[in-house]
Design a protein. Structure first.
Length: 315
């Protein structure tokens, strides 16, 4: 549906997008994840035709955005980080104006405008001036113009920035609903947002694609060894020696002591080796009461920081 090949965007000596290649397939919600300044918005602006690339190729449904821009843009609904709203218009006036700009057939405009407003929950404010709306409703109006005309692809740049927690939940639910009938591309530097709504993640750092996979697969690929945190009522050296003697334990680290007369350990075991039962029997035999035992799992935040620090997953 979207094909990006060797995309480059330079601003003088600054490389905003650096040889970026990726593919977007229909029927999924994609997340562009990266720190501020990573090149997410620049990439989106190039995909939507708002910005020209220095080199490379972007195709929407086989249409090159530089060769056939009008045909390519027909497939896309776009919500920039700052919604392009005319605040002196009412919501209905703005939606009618957007329908005209999108060249929706006159006989279909009223129905499509109503449908977009119903989908985004703004019918009840259709007669109000946009400038008098809350930020959450303004964002909904921006989303309504993006989905107007039923484009196959919806591109959303930081759609929840500046919203309160209730508004963020509402917009996330709306994005999930859009994902039922559209391919959605969502950019964010907020990890919980990506993991909450996206099926597939593109992690971008310094203009480069450093990872592309589902959230679950990324966590699986990056987790590596099984990690278990232990809190034992035992002497440090004895506890270390006994744990390292367990088959499957590759490394043992002493953590900060939580309580007096205890030792906190982090065990690294082989990935597919469940050592919890062996830990229990070893501790019983050595008379080292287990006060706490839990698996230590990587979060998306851990994966994100690791990938952006080292520049991607090793092939």
């Amino acid at each position: 549906m979207i094909e990006i090949n060797h995309l480059v965007k330079r601003y003088g000596n600054h490389m905003a997008v650096d040889d970026l290649s990726l593919q977007v397939e229909p029927g999924k919600i994609y997340g562009f994840l990266g720190p501020n300044g990573a090149g997410k918005s620049t990439t989106m602006n190039i995909i939507t035709g708002y910005l020209a690339s220095t080199s490379g190729e972007v195709k929407i449904n086989g249409k090159d955005v530089t060769v056939e821009p009008e045909e390519a843009k027909k497939c896309i609904g776009y919500l920039p980080e700052l919604p392009p709203l005319y605040t002196d218009m009412t919501v209905k006036e703005y939606m009618d104006f957007a329908a005209e700009l999108k060249k929706i057939e006159k006989g279909k405009r009223a129905e499509q405008v109503k449908q977009a407003m119903e989908m985004t929950g703004i019918l009840d404010v259709s007669g109000r001036l946009i400038r008098n709306l809350s930020k959450g409703y303004k964002q909904r109006v921006g989303l309504a113009q993006a989905v107007l005309g039923e484009p196959e692809i919806i591109i959303l740049d930081e759609p929840t920035v500046g919203l309160d927690p209730k508004q963020i939940i509402e917009i996330r639910e709306l994005i999930k609903k859009l994902g039922e009938n559209h391919t959605v591309i969502l950019s964010s530097h907020i990890l919980t947002e990506i993991s909450a709504v996206c099926d597939h993640v593109f992690i971008i750092s310094k203009g480069k694609l450093v990872a592309s996979d589902s959230t679950e697969n990324l966590l699986e690929r990056m987790t590596g060894n099984q990690q278990i945190e232990l809190l034992l009522n035992a002497e440090k050296n004895t506890a270390e020696e006994k744990m390292l003697a367990i088959a499957g334990v590759e490394r043992c680290e002493v953590l900060e002591q939580k309580e007096e007369n205890t030792v906190a350990l982090l065990l690294f075991a082989k990935k597919d080796c469940d050592i919890r039962e062996e830990i229990f029997h070893t501790c019983v035999a050595a008379q080292m009461p287990i006060l706490e035992m839990k698996t230590a799992e990587k979060s998306l935040e851990d994966v994100f920081l690791e990938l952006t620090a080292k520049g991607g997953i090793e092939k």
